[in-house]
Write a new protein. Structure first.
Ligand code: ZN
Length: 149
């Protein structure tokens, strides 16, 4: 299967079967965000224990890119420390060309090895309007984490 088809499959899978949907009973931090260009809306709740994201839940509606990016992100941040999450966000932003610097999110020799499913979003950077869709969950998650600082 061509890599682009594989990426499309991964995005569709997260869109159709979004991970970590819903709400938490007792969130330690929360934030919500919108992407008015596309109409994507998203609310995130985080539970933290000893500086680690122990649980995460998302309620969202919008396009397939925003939804699947949110789903992938929840899988990627669960069980990670705030420092690890910041490093992950940095790799994501470089992969999406939101920040300058080498694309640290992708090793062409080993697809999926660095950022896992998230790498499937790299095709989106060819469509600047959609980058905002992909980034919504990540920006909102950072906002929620700031609450805890
Ligand atoms: Zn969108």
């Amino acid at each position: 299967m061509a890599l682009e088809d594989l990426y499309r499959e991964v995005i569709l899978d997260h869109y159709r079967n979004p991970r970590n949907r819903g709400r938490l009973e007792r969130p330690d931090a929360s934030a919500s965000g919108v992407n008015p260009l596309c109409g994507d809306e998203l609310a995130i709740e985080l539970a933290l224990r000893d500086g680690v994201v122990s649980d995460v839940a998302i309620e969202s509606q919008g396009c397939s890119i925003s939804q699947s990016s949110a789903s992938m992100m929840t899988e990627a941040i669960k069980g990670k420390s705030i420092e690890e999450i910041k490093a992950l966000v940095s790799k994501f932003r470089k992969m999406m060309s939101l920040d300058e610097g080498e694309d640290a999110g992708f090793d062409p020799e080993r697809p999926g090895a660095v950022l896992g499913d998230i790498e499937a979003l790299q095709g989106v950077r060819q469509y600047p309007v959609r980058i905002k869709c992909a980034a919504l969950a990540w920006n909102t998650m950072l906002e929620a984490l700031q609450e805890t600082a």
